[in-house]
Design a binder for this molecule. Structure first.
Ligand code: TTP
Ligand code: MG
Ligand code: MG
Length: 472
C-alpha cells in the first residue's frame, strides 16, 4: 500500500436531483425527488433539501410522497445524466490514465500514476482544482476523498458530502476508522450488519478486536477475512482503468421478486448455462465469473471470482456462480439476476484486470438505469405522454419542462438553465404547438476564450493550468 494520499474518489452530490435543479431554476433550493413514479416506483435520489424529510434512495415512492408531499417529483432522464457524467469523466481522465468509473457519478482516480499528485499538498491542490473544474464545466458539485487506498478514499468522499473535500492523512487511518459503524466498510450490508450486531460488534474497532478467526467463523472464509483486512485499513486494490471490457453476460429481470432461495439458485444455474452458450458461440473463454444481484430494495451487488485459467466449461461457470451466490443475502427478495464472464480470450494483458476484478467484489451501482428506463417505455401508450420533468418546446412560449399532467391537460413551466425561475401554463395534452425537446446544456459556454472557436473545454490538459476553468 502506498503512503501518500494520492488515490482520489469523486462522487457527485445528489446527482440526478442536482442535475434537475441545475436545469430548472425554479427547483433550486427545493425538495426534489427523482425516481419511478409508477405503482412500483422507488426513489432514485432526493435533493439534500428533500433528505431533511427522511427521503432517500431506494425508498418506495409512496412513502416519499407521505414524507415530503410538497416536493417536486420527476422521472429520471438517463441520457441527460449520462452526458453530464461524460463531462465529469473527461475531467478525471485529464488527471490520470487510471480512472475507474463505478457508476455515472462516481470514480476512482490514481493521481500518482497520472503525475498530478505525489504528496499530501499536491493531492489536496489537485482535488480542489478538480472540484472547481467540475463546477465550471457542469454547474454541479461533487465531493472528493483522498487517501492511500480505494476504501479510505471512498469513505473520505462520503465524509466530505455535500460539496466538500476530505483528505485522510497517512498514519491516521486506523484511528479514524475505529469508531465508525461497521456499515461504513464496503461489503457490509444490512444483513451482515445485523449479524455482527447480534454478537455485539457495531464499530470497525470491534471488528478488528474480534480477530480474523472469529470473523471467519461468523461470516465464512472469504467474507470474514476480507472484512478483517478492511477493519485494519488494509486495501491493496489498484485503480483499474476502464478498458474495452471484453465480457459476455446475461441477465433476467423478474416480474415478481423471487424469495425462494432454491429458486434463486436454479435461476443462477440457468443464467450460467446461457452465459456459457453465448461465450461458446463467440468462440471465447474467460477467467472471471461475475454474479449480479439486484435485490427487492434496488440495491445491486456484484460479486466476482477469478479462476486459475480461462474456461468455457458450463460446470465450472455454474459452480463459480453458485459459490458467489452464497455470499449474497437474498432474504428480502430478488428482482434481477445476472451472470457474466470477463477477462476473455487474449490473456496476455488481462492478468491485472482479472485480479482487480476479483479483489473488487464490490458494489456496482451501474445500470439501475436500464431497468427503470425499459419499465418506463413499457408504460408508454400510443398517446403522447408528458412525463414529469421532461423538456418540451412550445411554438410561442419556447423551452420549458413538464410540471405535471392528467385529465387531458399538461402543465409546463417555461424556464431554461440560465433563465430566472419561469412561469407556468397549462395546455391540452394534444396541443399541436407543444412538442418534446432535448435537454439544454447546463453551462453556457462563454464565447470569449481567446481566438479559439467555441469548443468543449479541453485546453486544460497541458501542465500549468491554462486558467480557463477556475470557478468564478
Ligand atoms: P449516489 O451517488 O449513491 O447518490 P447521489 O449522488 O444521489 O447522492 P450523494 O452521492 O450526494 O449521497 O447515486 C448516484 C445516482 O445514482 C443518484 O443520483 C441516482 C442513482 N441511484 C439510483 O437510481 N438508485 C439508487 O438506489 C441509488 C443509491 C442511486
Ligand atoms: Mg453521488
Ligand atoms: Mg455515487
Amino acid at each position: 500500500m502506498r503512503n501518500t494520499p494520492t488515490i482520489l474518489h469523486l462522487d457527485m452530490d445528489a446527482f440526478y436531483a442536482s442535475a434537475e435543479q441545475a436545469a430548472k431554476p425554479s427547483l433550486r433550493g427545493k425538495a426534489v425527488i427523482v425516481g419511478g413514479l409508477g405503482p412500483r416506483g422507488v426513489v432514485a435520489t432526493a435533493s439534500y433539501e428533500a433528505r431533511v424529510f427522511g427521503v432517500h434512495s431506494a425508498m418506495p415512492m409512496a412513502q416519499a410522497r407521505r414524507l415530503a408531499p410538497n416536493a417536486a417529483y420527476l422521472v429520471p432522464r438517463f441520457g441527460f445524466y449520462r452526458e453530464i457524467s461524460e463531462q465529469v469523466m473527461r475531467l478525471l481522465r485529464e488527471l490520470s490514465p487510471l480512472v475507474e468509473p463505478l457508476s455515472l457519478d462516481e470514480a476512482f482516480v490514481d493521481l500518482e500514476a497520472g503525475g498530478t499528485a505525489w504528496d499530501e499538498e499536491s493531492a489536496r491542490l489537485t482535488g480542489t482544482k478538480l472540484r472547481g473544474d467540475i463546477r465550471a464545466v457542469t454547474g454541479l458539485t461533487g465531493s472528493v476523498g483522498l487517501a492511500v487506498s480505494k476504501m479510505l478514499a471512498k469513505i473520505a468522499s462520503e465524509q466530505a458530502k455535500p460539496d466538500g473535500l476530505v483528505l485522510i492523512e497517512p498514519g491516521t487511518e486506523r484511528a479514524m476508522l475505529g469508531p465508525l459503524p461497521v456499515r461504513t466498510l464496503p461489503g457490509v450490508g444490512p444483513a451482515t450488519g445485523d449479524h455482527l450486531r447480534r454478537v455485539g460488534i457495531t464499530t470497525v474497532e470491534e471488528v478488528a478486536e474480534a480477530g480474523e478467526d472469529e470473523l471467519v467463523r461468523l461470516l465464512g472464509k472469504a467474507h470474514g477475512s476480507a472484512l478483517y483486512g478492511m477493519a485494519l485499513a488494509l486495501d491493496e486494490r489498484p485503480v483499474v482503468a476502464e478498458r474495452d471490457t471484453k465480457s459476455v453476460s446475461v441477465e433476467d429481470t423478474y416480474d415478481v421478486d423471487i424469495h425462494d432461495r432454491v429458486r434463486v439458485r436454479m435461476e443462477v444455474q440457468r443464467l450460467a448455462d446461457r452465459c456459457v452458450r453465448r461465450l461458446r458461440d463467440a468462440g471465447r473463454s474467460g477467467r472471471t465469473v461475475v454474479l449480479k444481484v439486484r435485490r427487492y430494495d434496488f440495491s445491486t451487488l456484484t460479486r466476482s471470482d477469478t479462476l486459475r485459467g480461462p474456461t468455457d466449461d458450463p460446470a465450472v461457470v455454474r459452480e463459480a456462480a453458485a459459490r458467489l451466490l452464497e455470499t449474497v443475502d437474498t432474504t428480502g427478495g430478488v428482482r434481477l439476476l445476472g451472470v457474466g464472464v470477463t477477462g476473455l480470450a487474449d490473456f496476455t494483458q488481462e492478468d491485472l484486470f482479472a485480479q482487480a476484478q476479483a479483489a473488487a467484489g464490490e458494489l456496482e451501482p451501474l445500470a439501475e438505469e436500464e431497468v427503470e428506463e425499459s419499465a418506463e417505455k413499457q408504460e408508454t401508450p400510443t398517446v403522447r405522454r408528458w412525463s414529469a420533468g421532461h423538456d418540451v418546446r412550445h411554438a410561442e412560449f419556447g423551452h420549458g419542462w413538464v410540471q405535471g399532467s392528467g385529465l387531458g391537460r399538461v402543465t409546463v413551466r417555461f424556464e431554461t438553465p440560465d433563465s430566472d425561475p419561469g412561469r407556468v401554463r397549462t395546455f391540452r395534452t394534444d396541443d399541436p404547438e407543444l412538442e418534446p425537446a432535448e435537454p439544454l446544456p447546463l453551462v453556457r459556454r462563454r464565447p470569449q476564450v481567446s481566438s479559439e472557436p467555441a469548443r468543449w473545454p479541453q485546453s486544460r490538459s497541458g501542465g500549468g493550468g491554462g486558467g480557463a476553468t477556475s470557478s468564478p
